[in-house]
Design a protein around this ligand. Structure first.
Ligand SMILES: [Zn+2]
Length: 178
C-alpha cells in the first residue's frame, strides 16, 4: 500500500513522529549533512555503533582523561564518526573541523567531571559522606562541553541524527512486517 518514500520524506515523517517541533535549525543540520554526502540518520547509526563499541571497551568505571583518550582512539568506528561530525563542522565554517569532531566525540562518550569523578560533590576526606557541590561542575558531575557554541550545536545535531536513525529503523521494521 505504501509507495517507496524518498529519504527526505522518511526523514520528515520520522522527525514528526518523535517531535512536533521540527525547527528550521533541524532542517539546516539535515541539509548540511546531505550536502556533505551523509543522508540523515546515517551519522546517527554510526554513532550508535561507536557507543556500543565504547561500552564494550570501557570496562573501568573511573578513567582519567588520558585513559579515556587511549581507549577512544582504538575504536574501530571512530574514523567514520569523525568524518561525519567534521563534515558537518566544516560546512558550519569551523576552522579545524576534525579537532572539533574528536573533542566532541570523546566528550559524548565520556563527559565525566574529573575533579569529582562524576559524583557532583566533593568527598569529605576519610569519610563516605559527600561534601558541598563540586566547584568545577557545579554539581552536574559532567565536564563542560568542548568547542563553545559550535561544540554544543554539534552535540545537539548528533542527538537529533540518532533520533532520526532510530525512527528510520522503526519505520523499516514496520514496513517489513506489512
Ligand atoms: Zn565535578
Amino acid at each position: 500500500m505504501n509507495e517507496p518514500r524518498t529519504i527526505e520524506e522518511q526523514y520528515t515523517s520520522a522527525g514528526n513522529a518523535d517531535d512536533l517541533t521540527v525547527t528550521s535549525e533541524r532542517r539546516t543540520d539535515a541539509d548540511v549533512l546531505i550536502a556533505s554526502g551523509w543522508t540523515p540518520g546515517l551519522l546517527g547509526g554510526v554513532l550508535m555503533r561507536l557507543h556500543s563499541e565504547w561500552d564494550g571497551a570501557a570496562k573501568k568505571r573511573h578513567m582519567d582523561e588520558t585513559e579515556a583518550f587511549l581507549l577512544f582512539s582504538q575504536l574501530k568506528t571512530l574514523l567514520r564518526a569523525v568524518d561525519g561530525v567534521a563534515a558537518w563542522a566544516e560546512r558550519k565554517g569551523h576552522k579545524e573541523p576534525r579537532t572539533l569532531a574528536n573533542a566532541v566525540l570523546i566528550y559524548w562518550l565520556h563527559d565525566t567531571c574529573q575533579p569529582c569523578s562524576g559524583r557532583g560533590h566533593e568527598l569529605i576526606h576519610g569519610t563516605p559522606s559527600l561534601g558541598r557541590a563540586c566547584r568545577k561542575c557545579g554539581g552536574s558531575g559532567k565536564r563542560p562541553p568542548p568547542g563553545g557554541e559550535l561544540g554544543k550545536a554539534a552535540l545537539n545535531m548528533m542527538d537529533r541524527d540518532i533520533q532520526v536513525a532510530r525512527s528510520m529503523m522503526r519505520l523499516r521494521l514496520r514496513n517489513t512486517r506489512l
